[in-house]
Design a protein around this ligand. Structure first.
Ligand SMILES: [Ca+2]
Ligand SMILES: [Ca+2]
Length: 318
C-alpha cells in the first residue's frame, strides 16, 4: 500500500471515529431528552404578505441543531433556581408587566401594568391567582432575555436564533402562514392557545384565558409543542425592522447592536420574540404566524413571554 493510500485510509478512519463519537456522545446526552433533532437545510425565511419587517423573503441555510420540544416550564426553571440560586431580573426589584383585561379598558395603552411583585413565581403579582407551586407544567414567564439565556447556558445550550426558530416552526411547510398550513384559525378549534374572540370578548374555547400547560395542543411536523401560541419566546437575535434586507444567507444571527441604534439616539436596542401568545388573535397581533417578529426590550419581563433552548450540532458547518 502506498503512503498516500495509507494516509487516506487513516484520515477516513479518524473521520468515522469522529462521526461515531459525536453520534453516541451527543445522542446519549440526557440533556437532549425532549429535544427534536432538526436536520441542516435551506428555507425561504419571511413573508411577502406579512408585516413590513418580515420582508423580503430571503433564502437561508442552517446547520443541524436540536431544539426543545416544549416551552421551558416552571418546574424546569425551578430546578435551575434551586441549583444555582439565580435571581431573575424582575425579582431584583424591577417587577414585571402584567396584562390587564381589555374588559377593564379598551385603550391599548392601558393593557399593561408594571407590577413590582410580579415575577416567575407569581406571574400576575403576589396577589395573582397563578401561584408557581400549582403550575409546574405551565411555561415559565416573567423572565428577561438574560434570565432565559442564563437558563439555557446552565444546560450547555443557547437560545434559538430567529432563523432557527422560524425554520423549526415551519416544519418543512414552505410559504405557509401557520405551523398547520395556511387555513385561518377557527374559533371552535383548539390548534394552539390563542385569544379566541373579538375585541375584549375572550371566549376561551381552547380551554385557557392565560397560559396552558406546555404540550396541551397538537405539535407541528417536528413534534414541537406550542412553537405557535401559548407564550412568546425569546430568541437570540437583536431586532432590526430591515434586517431581512441585509441578512447573511448562512446561519444568520441578527444585527450587531452598534448597527441598530440610530445616531444620537438613546433608545435601547430590542431583542426579538417569536411565536405569539395566548393574547394573540388573527385580528390583533397574529403573532403565531411562523414569520411574525416582535421587538421587545431585553430587560423586560411579562406574563406572556417565556422561551425554549437549542443545542447546536458540534459538527455543524455553520
Ligand atoms: Ca386561550
Ligand atoms: Ca410558544
Amino acid at each position: 500500500m502506498s503512503n498516500t493510500k495509507q494516509l487516506t485510509g487513516a484520515v477516513a478512519f479518524l473521520a468515522l471515529i469522529a462521526v461515531i463519537d459525536n453520534f453516541f456522545v451527543v445522542e446519549s446526552d440526557p440533556k437532549l431528552e425532549n429535544m427534536a433533532s432538526i436536520d441542516a437545510g435551506v428555507f425561504q425565511m419571511g413573508s411577502q404578505t406579512g408585516l413590513a419587517d418580515e420582508r423580503p423573503v430571503h433564502e437561508v441555510s442552517l446547520g443541524a441543531f436540536w431544539i426543545d420540544k416544549f416551552e421551558v416550564s416552571n418546574g424546569d426553571f425551578a430546578k435551575f433556581i434551586e441549583a444555582t440560586g439565580y435571581i431573575t431580573q424582575s425579582e431584583k426589584g424591577e417587577g414585571g408587566l402584567v396584562f390587564a383585561s381589555p374588559n377593564e379598558s379598551l385603550d391599548p395603552e392601558k393593557w399593561w401594568n408594571l407590577i413590582a411583585s410580579a415575577n416567575w413565581r407569581h406571574p400576575n403579582g403576589s396577589d395573582g391567582e397563578l401561584a408557581q407551586i400549582d403550575n409546574e407544567d405551565h411555561p415559565v414567564v416573567q423572565v428577561s432575555f438574560d434570565d432565559a439565556l442564563a437558563y439555557c447556558n446552565w444546560l450547555g445550550k443557547d437560545l434559538p436564533t430567529e432563523a432557527q426558530f422560524e425554520f423549526a416552526a415551519r416544519g418543512g411547510r414552505e410559504g405557509e402562514i401557520y405551523t398547520w398550513g395556511s387555513q385561518p384559525l377557527h374559533l371552535s378549534e383548539a390548534v394552539t392557545n390563542f385569544w379566541q374572540g373579538a375585541e375584549n370578548n375572550e371566549i376561551a374555547n381552547d380551554g385557557y384565558t392565560g397560559t396552558a400547560p406546555v404540550g396541551s395542543y397538537p405539535p407541528n411536523a417536528h413534534q414541537l409543542y406550542d412553537i405557535s401560541g401559548n407564550v412568546w419566546e425569546w430568541v437570540s437575535d437583536w431586532y432590526h425592522p430591515n434586517y431581512y434586507a441585509m441578512s447573511e444567507r448562512e446561519d444568520p444571527r441578527g444585527i450587531e447592536p452598534d448597527n441598530i441604534l440610530e445616531e444620537n439616539s438613546a433608545a435601547p436596542a430590542m431583542r426579538s420574540l417569536r411565536g405569539g401568545s395566548f393574547l394573540c388573535s388573527d385580528e390583533h397581533c397574529s403573532g403565531f404566524r411562523v414569520s411574525a417578529r416582535m421587538p421587545v426590550a431585553p430587560t423586560s419581563s411579562s406574563n406572556h413571554t417565556g422561551f425554549r433552548c437549542v443545542k447546536n450540532n458540534k459538527n455543524s458547518k455553520y
